[in-house]
Design a protein around this ligand. Structure first.
Ligand SMILES: C[S@@+](CC[C@H](N)C(=O)[O-])C[C@H]1O[C@@H](n2cnc3c(N)ncnc32)[C@H](O)[C@@H]1O
Length: 267
């Protein structure tokens, strides 16, 4: 018996909620959610008798984002101990860029509560569709913006890159304030170690509202600081590959079209 469902609500308001997720919410005695979509609350109320938004009580201006996750996890576990099953519903995919589900899983283990995680449509899925990018062709490397800088992670210029949370770069605190150009100077310097200054990159925000278009700002890497005021916490940076890696394994290149080779590697 499941005590806690952890689900994703997708990105585009209520339109990307899966049937599987709706079934979990219908089975729940309470749904606790973190999502600011215009119709989210009304829709959840049509599926579950008790609906609790955790956004307002979790995030405080200049508060640690980590504390917000602690608060969410505590509220969900409390509800699950009192009136299981409950659903914890988050924006996008619940396991992508969110710490609360991991806290819930660890604490649930100690409390002998059963957890089931269901996938949701992530911002990444929306960006693949909007930018028409196939991650299987040249590959895809993904990093969280502040972690990228903290560890000075190397980037492979022949592989596309997604950089999450660029609007939150250089802080663990929550704020709704608009960024200044200086915020992106360290990120620009780091990226310039791997890409040419004129390389055109995209900052993308998939629309959360069915009546509004998504926003994609395209600019040369060297100009990223000039776009600081536009890049709020919902944006993800897409850096297309800037080079092609030459094929190294010529033997395999000949084998991939060969029936004889396929017979040799299959039963
Ligand atoms: C805390 S993470 C949550 C990700 C979310 N769980 C998901 O699966 O998409 C927040 C980051 O996800 C990305 N993100 C969230 N919503 C987005 C959107 N509508 N368009 C583009 N990127 C988005 C941004 O990089 C943002 O800083």
């Amino acid at each position: 018996m499941v005590d806690i469902y952890i689900v994703g609500l997708g990105v585009l308001n209520i339109d990307q909620i899966t049937r599987e997720t709706e079934r979990a919410i219908r089975r729940s005695n309470e749904v606790l959610y973190v999502d600011t979509g215009v119709a989210t609350r009304t829709h959840l109320e049509s599926l579950c008798p008790r609906v609790t938004s955790l956004f307002e009580t979790s995030y405080k201006e200049y508060g640690q984002r980590l504390n917000a996750y602690h608060h969410m996890a505590a509220r969900v576990l409390d509800a699950a101990l009192d009136h299981p099953p409950v659903t914890f519903a988050m924006h996008g995919h619940p396991i992508v860029g969110a710490y609360a589900p991991f806290l819930i899983r660890d604490m649930a283990d100690l409390l002998a509560l059963e957890v089931l995680v269901l996938p949701g449509i992530s911002a990444m899925d929306c960006l693949f569709a909007e930018l028409m990018v196939d991650p299987c062709v040249a590959g895809m490397q993904m990093y969280e913006a502040t972690d990228l800088l903290l560890r000075r992670r190397p980037l492979q210029p022949d592989v596309h890159a997604l950089i999450w949370q660029i609007g939150c770069v250089e802080t663990t605190l929550h704020t709704m304030r608009v960024s200044k150009p200086v915020r992106f100077e360290r990120l620009r310097s780091h990226l310039l170690r791997f890409y040419p200054p004129q390389h055109v990159i995209s900052a993308a925000y998939s629309t959360p509202h069915p009546l509004m278009p998504s926003t994609v700002h395209r600019f040369a890497l060297q100009d990223i600081c000039d776009h600081a005021h536009l890049l709020h916490s919902g944006f993800t940076l897409f850096i297309p590959s800037a080079a092609e890696r030459a094929i190294q394994d010529r033997e395999l290149l000949h084998q991939i079209d060969s029936g004889e080779h396929l017979r040799r590697i299959t039963r």
